[in-house]
Design a protein around this ligand. Structure first.
Ligand code: FAD
Length: 313
């Protein structure tokens, strides 16, 4: 059975994929976006987005995604709800396979499946996401002005985010699961200089408690719950969603998809954008810009004007 041949298939309809779809469809490229579930993406889970340029009134991540999708659809992009299970990225016609048993063909692909969170969950965490549990101080610190919050983790991200929070919160407790922070001494020293940061080593959070918002944390070996209004978790970070790639594209040593300066992967005509790529800072505006880049370079590829491969990053 021969299926329709799209100019571009975009895998993932988060901010990276939808921004790419906006640009490819606006360029009159036949665009299909395949997304398994917008609620399952990072932006779809975000309770309140107040830092997306041009959107002054805070929206939920889902509302922002819906606006992005509406704009792309208005230029002709088609959205399909299905989970991509595999790709064939070789040759002039690429194939995308889905869990429903169907397959789709395109002259180019843009992959934008994001990164998924850690698998282990603290009791109470899921119920209170967006109600005091957060994974992004850069996004949410301003909501905690004058409040007591806890940061849980020992990595660089936890330290960075504690330093962001201490400019807003009245007190930041950095709960370190081990006896040492996994950062350089000079980075740890910055925390010591911040008057409202207290580091508690060997802290294991057993549960996050509260009904309509975070009220306290239960710590191992501590009788009384620790009262906090915000709980920022940085335990093991998130890993790029690459399972459907099946080793067919080059992956970096850090486990993210490799692209060059044109957002091109190791297979000609296959581009990628968003949190599935290596990055230190994960923000919607950054991945939307990457989606734009990937779309414009995919357009050049389709016109035959893409420059020869540049270095990967
Ligand atoms: C709780 C939380 C709050 C945040 N708050 C903010 C904020 O306030 N401001 C900000 O700028 N950033 C915020 N971020 C970061 C921002 O949401 C991410 O950087 C951004 O969403 C990444 O975009 P993406 O398109 O790469 O991936 P995602 O947003 O994760 O989208 C990926 C999409 O791909 C789909 N997908 C995955 N696998 C498949 C597959 N096999 N087949 C088909 N579809 C698939 C997913 O369902 C999803 O819809 C927040 C993140 C989190 C987790």
């Amino acid at each position: 059975m021969q299926t329709e041949l799209y100019d571009v298939i975009i895998v993932g309809g988060g901010p990276a994929g939808s921004s790419a779809a906006l640009y490819t469809s606006r360029a009159a490229l036949r665009t299909l976006v395949i997304d398994k579930d917008p609620h399952a993406g990072a932006l779809g889970m975000a309770h309140s987005i107040a830092n997306y340029p041009g959107v002054p009134d805070a929206l939920t991540g889902m509302q922002l995604l819906e606006l992005m999708k509406r704009q792309a659809v208005s230029f002709g992009a088609l959205y399909l709800r299905d989970k991509v299970t595999g790709i064939d990225p070789e040759g002039p016609e690429k194939t995308v396979f889905t869990v429903s048993g169907k397959f789709y063909r395109a002259k180019s692909l843009i992959l934008a499946t994001g990164a998924m969170g850690k698998s282990s969950e603290i009791p109470g965490e899921k119920k209170l996401v967006g109600l005091g549990v957060s994974y992004c101080a850069t996004c949410d610190a301003a909501f905690y002005k004058g409040r007591v919050v806890a940061v849980y983790g020992k990595n660089r991200e936890a330290v960075e985010e504690a330093l962001v929070l201490c400019r807003f919160a009245s007190k930041v407790m950095l709960l370190c699961p081990g006896g040492k922070l996994a950062v350089r001494e000079d980075e740890a020293e910055l925390l010591n200089k911040a008057e409202n940061v207290e580091i508690r080593y060997h802290s294991k959070v057993l549960s996050v408690n509260g009904e309509r918002g975070v009220e306290s944390l239960t710590l191992e070996g501590v009788a009384d719950p620790l009262p906090v209004e915000g709980f920022f978790i940085y335990l093991s970070g998130s890993s790029p969603v690459l399972d459907f790639i099946g080793g067919l594209l080059e992956i970096s040593g850090c486990g993210c998809l490799k692209v060059d300066r044109e957002f091109a992967t190791s297979a000609p005509g296959v581009f990628a954008a968003g949190d599935m790529l290596c990055k230190e800072i994960k923000q919607a505006v950054i991945v939307a810009a990457e989606g734009c880049h990937a779309a414009l370079y995919a357009g050049r590829f389709l016109r035959g004007t893409l420059k020869p491969k540049s270095d990967y990053n």
